[in-house]
Design a protein around this ligand. Structure first.
Ligand code: PEP
Length: 255
């Protein structure tokens, strides 16, 4: 049984003190997470790197997971500005986003680099949240599924996937990120089903049954239940709506 996951991508927002306040307020508002254990919906926050030690400290003993928004493909060394998977793992991170469309667009990250980052993360016990998704012109041309599966294939190249639990895939149509436009629940389900089918053909039934596939793109409390209704959608990667405790908590409740 796949546990739903709601992961908040804070992008480049919040100071350490704002983050500290957010974690304290979230745990107060959601005592089931504060108590640790295994709530029915897994919650994770992906803040920018300087906030990760704050997350580690504030979330210790709780059921809220945390992680990075990116990771280096390199192990260690002379790579100024990069952050190593081992550093995130040592701080207790569980997840790391790889291949977010903003990184693909503004830093020209290739599928090959995304695959190398995912491999490095897995090597260090982190679960990559691997993002794929099409631009508006691709969807309008009727090529959303073929484009996204080709991007996924490239972004998985060389990766060993056995149980399907070592990786999360996030379908994030680029035109829906931060724009207020959301894919319809039917479009999200169609893509999630196509991705699961791809995983089945490539890695077998066990991987397909276990792998979690998220939707991302202007998710908010009002559309969460609808998007989550599809049997292949296992949760969400949430940008803007994860910045406020209230909206993120409402989304967890809706899941
Ligand atoms: C994201 O950045 O991954 C995202 C989905 O952002 P938003 O929810 O703000 O569209």
């Amino acid at each position: 049984m796949r546990k739903p996951l709601l992961a908040g991508n804070w992008k480049m927002n919040k100071t350490p003190s704002e983050a500290r306040r957010w974690f304290a307020e979230f745990l107060e508002a959601n005592p089931v997470y504060a108590a640790g254990g295994e709530p029915a919906v897994e919650a994770a926050i992906l803040p920018s790197f300087p906030l990760i030690p704050v997350a580690a400290e504030q979330l210790a003993g709780s059921a809220v997971r945390f992680g990075g928004q990116d990771v280096s493909a390199h192990e260690w060394g002379a790579f100024t500005g990069e952050v190593a998977a081992a550093q995130l793992a040592d701080l207790g991170a569980s997840y790391v986003i790889v291949g977010h469309s903003e990184r693909r667009a503004y830093w020209n990250e290739s599928d090959e680099l995304v695959a190398a980052k995912a491999a490095r993360a897995i090597e260090h016990g982190l679960t990559p949240i691997l993002c794929v998704g099409e631009k508006l012109e691709v969807r309008e041309a009727g090529r959303a599924v073929s484009f996204t599966l080709a991007q996924l294939e490239g972004s998985l190249s060389g990766l060993e996937i056995a149980s399907g639990e070592e990786l999360v895939i996030a379908y994030e149509p680029v035109w829906a990120i931060g724009t207020g436009k959301t894919a319809s629940a039917a479009d999200a389900e169609e893509m999630a089903a196509a991705i699961r089918n791809f995983i089945r053909e490539r890695y077998g039934e066990r991987a397909a049954a276990n792998i979690r596939i998220l939707y991302g793109g202007s998710m908010k409390p009002a559309n969460t239940a609808d998007i989550m209704a599809g049997p292949n959608v296992d949760g969400g990667l949430v940008g803007g709506a994860s910045l406020e405790v209230e909206s993120f908590s409402q989304m967890i409740a809706a899941v």
